[in-house]
Design a binder for this molecule. Structure first.
Ligand code: NDP
Ligand code: GDR
Length: 374
């Protein structure tokens, strides 16, 4: 029998990798996408199947995590074996600007899905994955962080996700549902949203290398993160739903780097050696040497990174480092892609985009580079 999965957030970074992964395993994949005024399916266009063809394996439904009747209807039509709740307002800084909306989608949205499953009598047959986060640890109580480390969320995003974490545990305990939390540390890829720090850096420096921008403006570059690759992490999301009993798992690499280091790696991938000087809001990164033709627009002495306090957060999560021992011991999961390899892949992709824009510009077609930043 073909297994059926429903993914909320299928148009996002993880949703797109997970959909690819499940299709390759023979699943029929259903995804919830939001109505938008422009196309918003870039990340899944390559796996989209024309609904006019016989038996398409990927089906999209309009919907929203704020709309319980819509969620109930989709669930009753699809009757999935597995639900992956990846949909969220996922930007921590934005959650300080839109706390109520973030609570509605990232907190209440999870409850709406779980209740719809229960209301339809699917609680004994449909397995549920909740996209929990290392942001739950916030002001860290123990290093490295593991499944038993106490939570101390530091943003409206993390507080909303704390509700979702516990409501998932509660439905498991109260109704015997197969429901589990993946407590995922930061994971990135060339498909990462442009305003998360790694993508902002790889995209921004690639643009600078090609003469499309002058300078990258950053927030707290002392922040320390445990970065993995999204492709490795969606594999684990699926593995968590294939066990005999539902449990919660930390998914991380066990290695930690600073945002500053990620900037230096990215620059090096472009053949730019940087020197960091100054401190706090006065810190800058200056080009020391250029060693490849990937960065024709840059020369020694150029200042290509400055600090802009607008990117500081009202409450910061300074350091995160996960301990993935349980995932390794119980499920045999280990990440295959290192943070440095991921950085190289992201630069390669963003450089291609920047080179295309630069080429068009030299031929008189000046496509504005989106300056939205986060
Ligand atoms: P993205 O921001 O790339 O994707 C979020 C997805 O949620 C998009 O498809 C988005 O749709 C959708 N979405 C947003 N609001 C709603 C809504 N109101 N109703 C329905 N769908 C909505 O996130 P990631 O793929 O990086 O992350 C996936 C999940 O994992 C998120 O829940 C995130 O909070 C969590 N997480 C992510 C980590 C990471 O490092 N990436 C780490 C830990 C947890 P649209 O495309 O229309 O905007
Ligand atoms: P995070 O990711 O908040 O950890 O949440 P993000 O990449 O936004 O920030 C990581 C760290 O970098 C610092 N930083 C900046 N961040 C952004 N976005 N822009 C900047 O200019 C900048 N300068 C420094 C941040 O302050 C922070 O310390 C991500 C999201 O995917 C969540 O959905 C997920 O739950 C967590 O990862 C785990």
């Amino acid at each position: 029998m073909t297994r059926r999965a429903l993914i909320t957030g299928i148009t996002g970074q993880d949703g797109s990798y997970l959909a690819e992964f499940l299709l390759a395993k023979g699943y029929e994949v259903h995804g919830i996408k939001r109505r938008a005024s422009q196309f918003n399916t870039d990340r899944i266009d390559h796996i989209y199947q024309d609904p006019h063809e016989p038996n398409p394996k990927l089906k999209l439904h309009y919907g929203d995590l704020t709309d319980s009747s819509n969620l109930t209807r989709i669930l009753s039509e699809v009757r999935p074996d597995e639900v992956y709740n990846l949909g969220a307002q996922s930007h921590v800084a934005v959650s300080f600007e839109s706390p109520e909306y973030t609570a509605d989608v990232d907190g209440m949205g999870t409850l709406r899905l779980l209740e719809a499953i229960r209301f339809l009598g699917l609680e004994k047959t449909t397995r549920f994955y909740q996209a929990s986060t290392s942001e739950l640890y916030g002001l860290v109580q123990e290093t490295p962080q593991r499944e038993t480390t106490p939570f101390h969320p530091r943003s409206p995003y993390a507080v909303a996700k704390l509700y979702s974490y516990w409501i998932t545990v509660n439905y498991r305990e109260a109704y015997g549902m197969y429901a589990c939390n993946g407590i995922l540390f930061n994971h990135e890829s060339p498909r990462r949203g442009e305003t998360f720090v790694t993508r902002k850096i790889t995209r921004g420096l690639s643009n600078i290398a090609q003469g499309l921008e002058d300078c990258l403006y950053m927030g707290n570059i002392d922040a320390l993160r445990d970065w993995g690759h999204a492709r490795d992490y969606v594999r684990m999301q699926w593995m968590m739903l294939q066990q005999d009993t539902a449990e919660d798992f930390v998914i991380a690499t066990g290695k930690q780097y600073s945002v500053r280091e990620f900037i230096a790696w990215s620059a090096r991938e472009l053949g730019i050696e940087l020197e960091f000087s100054g401190s706090d809001v006065e810190e800058t990164a200056t080009v020391k040497a250029v060693t490849s033709d990937r960065a024709p627009a840059v020369k020694p002495g150029d200042v290509i990174m400055r600090i802009d306090p607008r990117y500081f957060r009202p409450a910061e999560v300074e350091t995160l480092l996960g301990d993935p021992a349980k995932a390794k011991e119980t499920l045999g999961w280990e990440p295959e892609i290192t943070a440095q390899e991921m950085c190289a892949e992201m630069i390669a992709e963003d450089l291609k985009i920047a080179q295309r824009h630069a080429l068009l510009k030299t031929h008189g077609y000046d496509i504005p580079v989106s300056l939205e930043n986060g």
